[in-house]
Design a protein around this ligand. Structure first.
Ligand code: BGC
Length: 740
């Protein structure tokens, strides 16, 4: 027996010797940068080229010889995209990839709650991790410049400060799973029409004050591990290889140490891809959405063409090594981090998260006569009307389209909630888009209905006449030309004859509630005839349940608009200066020059400048209770920050949350400044009668403007005004303070 033991001991010894020779790049205890350098030093030229471009629609190669795994990406940003075929957009037909659809990012922004944003990031990151993805293609933080942009629903509204505060926890939540967030689309991608050919012309002040802050926050505050270049051009260079945006600003000024990923089909020129900051090329030979050719990967701009240039001596390898370092760094943070958690999919906690984000983000725009919450005394008849009450919204809209594990429609949610307490009846009201398919994922719903508009309205009126309450659920959908990638809306009106329907129904029932499902503002010419209006966004898997919680009062609404709802497009600055799409060049090229002539006057900044009264202002959102604001007390702190304190009291009868918003004005500045700008907000939950002190700290940065000449932020001494309110138009308390 003893003789048998001896070799075993020897074997253990030799194992422990070999573990000492573990290469540094495989040693989890070695410093990150040492691992990167070690891996880099072992790679051949071909292996380096291999890791900087795609090998399939959504993955890039690892280094098989060294055991460095492939990198897998997924859309983003509202749920995990279903698996697609290796080289096609078409879904692969797997049966294990149905996800929880979380509410759209506009809804997340409407919560004005950074903790909810972390919950979102953590939950979607867990799903990405469980699906073995290393990069989540999201969140999106392009600023809403026009209500027509088909992709606004994937972004966080019109205000750079709000988007900056909300993006950071999302990124952190995702990355806590060992999954990289990929913040998109950097930058100035503010419309879909002509997105590949639009060259944006914007002054530096507008760039730094409006369009860059949320990206900067994601990089500096959230330490995002990747960022996606946008399709459009700026300074006549495509943004996926744009020397100013990528080299100077992102990697220079912000010290970004992660990976610049091209948008799918956003790379165009090898020389620029080499020198102008792109690190990882995806989706070339596609138009980014529908068209593609097979197995073109070796022909990618950063594949053979790059290799050839190196081999012929035309270019060196310094840029290549830099790109590979970044990709390796991302790998050590994600798929080569053996300590990262395992993730989870469609868990109960994700369903609850989707429900919470949804119900916290629903915005009560109007509640005349306190019709909401719905009273179920005397078992009322509730007439639900509209296609959006039954239409699945998780399929469609472009790359954010999902294969959801389940989706509770508004009608189902209302029935679930009120089923035995009310008599719920339904009428179609209008026919929008009865189809439901995206890249092979089908809703399975047959919504075709051949009745005329007249017949549909007639039925809706009859149903409404006999009901105690009417809930019309309408708005936009995810079809091309509505809230959908690769197209913009033609105008800001409600489609499919809905205005007529709403007016006709409101005429016969004074208790009409309209729920607008959209990711964008819409015109509401009938606003005075409809007593109750809610903004219901796209709410994902838990849509109907989240809406029902608010309608019933189980959740007291606390969402606030992250964007202005203008009355018409004539109130929108980017439209007042001509076409928001810019002008085609008359030089025989397909390029369009789009000058952002409105400058910094985007959203409420433009409304305030013109003294316009919007339909619903930025920051607006009602509650079932009331809040009273006290006076602001100001202190200068030793660290140079200005502290503003005030009490907020729940003066109503039920518990609820209020978002107190701080706006700063600099009326004495030597350069034109917006009338006011959001520089702080706090969401506070209060029991009836409860008072809490809210504290804001204002930094010099919050008081500054971007000075183009010195290329820096400038604080001009003088008097400043601080306004705190319940919306950008409902200011409850003001104070002035001097800064020297
Ligand atoms: C979109 C990106 C998306 C990518 C991959 C592109 O068309 O612009 O947002 O992540 O496709 O699906």
């Amino acid at each position: 027996m003893k003789k048998i033991l001896l070799p075993t001991v020897t074997l253990l010894f030799s194992l422990s010797v070999s573990s000492k020779t573990t290469p540094v790049y495989l040693d989890p205890s070695a410093p990150l940068e040492d691992r990167v350098e070690d891996a880099l030093s072992r790679m051949t030229l071909e292996e380096k080229i291999g890791v900087i471009h795609a090998q399939s629609k959504f993955s890039s190669a690892g280094v098989p010889r060294l055991g460095i795994p492939e990198l897998w990406t997924t859309d983003g940003p509202h749920g995990i995209r279903p698996e697609v075929l290796w080289d096609e957009w078409e879904q692969a037909g797997w049966t294990n990839d149905s996800c929880i659809a979380f509410p759209a990012l506009t809804c997340l922004a409407a919560t004005w709650d950074p903790e909810v944003s972390y919950l979102y990031g953590k939950s979607i990151g867990e799903e990405a991790r469980y699906r073995k993805k290393d990069i989540l293609l999201g969140p999106g933080v392009n600023i809403l410049r026009t209500p027509l942009n088909g992709r606004n629903f994937e972004y966080m509204g019109e205000d750079p400060y709000l988007a900056s505060v909300m993006v950071v926890p999302y990124v952190k939540g995702v990355q806590d799973n060992g999954v990289a967030a990929c913040v998109k689309h950097y930058a100035l991608n503010n419309n879909e029409v002509n997105r590949h050919m639009t060259n944006v012309i914007v002054d530096d002040r507008t760039l730094y004050e409006i369009y860059l802050p949320a990206f900067k926050a994601a990089v500096e505050g959230g330490h995002a591990w990747s960022i996606m270049g946008s399709y459009n051009l700026y300074n006549d260079e495509w943004n996926c290889h744009n020397s100013r945006l990528l080299n100077d600003v992102l990697k220079g000024e912000w010290d970004f140490d992660g990976v610049v990923v091209s948008d799918w089909g956003g790379t165009h020129i090898t020389d620029q891809a080499i020198t102008n900051g792109l690190d990882l090329e995806f989706g070339s030979w596609t138009n980014g959405l529908s068209a593609g050719t097979s197995n073109a990967y070796d022909n990618y701009f950063m594949a053979y063409p790059y290799l050839e240039k190196i081999k012929s001596g035309e270019v060196g390898t310094e840029e290549l090594d830099n790109k590979v370092r970044r990709v390796l760094r991302l790998m050590f943070r994600t798929n080569m981090d053996s300590s990262r958690p395992y993730g989870s999919m469609a868990s109960e906690s994700h369903m609850k998260a989707a429900h919470k984000i949804g119900s916290d983000g629903i915005v009560l725009l109007k509640n005349d006569g306190n019709i909401l919450p719905l009273s179920t005394e005397n078992k009322p008849t509730i007439a639900v009307i509209g296609e959006n009450a039954i239409k699945m919204m998780t399929v469609g809209g472009g790359s954010s389209s999902l294969k959801a594990k389940y989706e509770i429609s508004p009608l189902e949610g209302i029935r679930n909630h009120f089923g035995d307490k009310a008599n719920v009846v339904y009428a179609r009201g209008y026919v929008g888009d009865p189809s439901g398919e995206y890249n092979g994922v089908v809703t399975g719903q047959d919504l075709s209905d051949n009745r005329s508009e007249m017949e549909l309205i007639k039925e809706a009126r009859e149903v409404a006449t006999n009901a105690d309450y009417v809930i019309i659920i309408g708005g936009l959908n995810k079809s091309a030309g509505q809230d959908c990638e690769d197209s913009d809306r033609a105008d800001m009106k409600l489609p499919y004859n809905q205005d007529k329907l709403i007016e006709a129904v409101a005429e016969v029932n004074p208790k009409t509630i309209y729920i607008n499902i959209s990711g964008n503002p819409v015109e509401m010419p009938w606003v005075d005839q409809v007593p109750v209006i809610l903004q219901g966004w796209y709410l994902g898997s838990e849509a109907g349940n989240a809406l029902a919680s608010v309608l019933s009062g189980e959740v007291n609404p606390s969402g606030k608009l992250p964007m202005t709802f203008p009355q018409t497009l004539d109130q929108v600055e980017s439209h007042r200066h001509g076409s928001y799409l810019g002008k085609p060049r008359n030089d025989g090229t397909p390029f369009v020059d789009n000058e952002y002539a409105e400058g910094i006057y985007v959203g409420y900044r433009g409304m305030d400048k013109n003294n316009f009264t919007p339909l619903f202002p930025f920051g607006h959102g009602l509650s079932y209770t009331d809040f009273k604001y006290g006076d602001i007390k100001t202190d200068l702190l030793e660290n140079g920050l200005i502290e503003l304190r005030l009490n907020v009291t729940n003066s109503g009868k039920i518990a609820g949350a209020e978002v107190a918003q701080l706006y700063i004005s600099d009326p004495e500045c030597s350069v034109p400044r917006p009338v006011k700008e959001l520089k702080g907000f706090k969401k506070v939950y209060l029991e009836p009668g409860e008072t809490r002190e809210i504290v804001f700290q204002v930094s010099p940065q919050d008081l500054s403007y971007f000075d183009v000449e010195s290329h820096g932020w400038r604080l001009e001494p003088g008097m400043f005004e601080a306004s705190v309110g319940s919306s950008s138009k409902d200011i409850r308390s003001k104070t002035r303070f001097a800064v020297d």
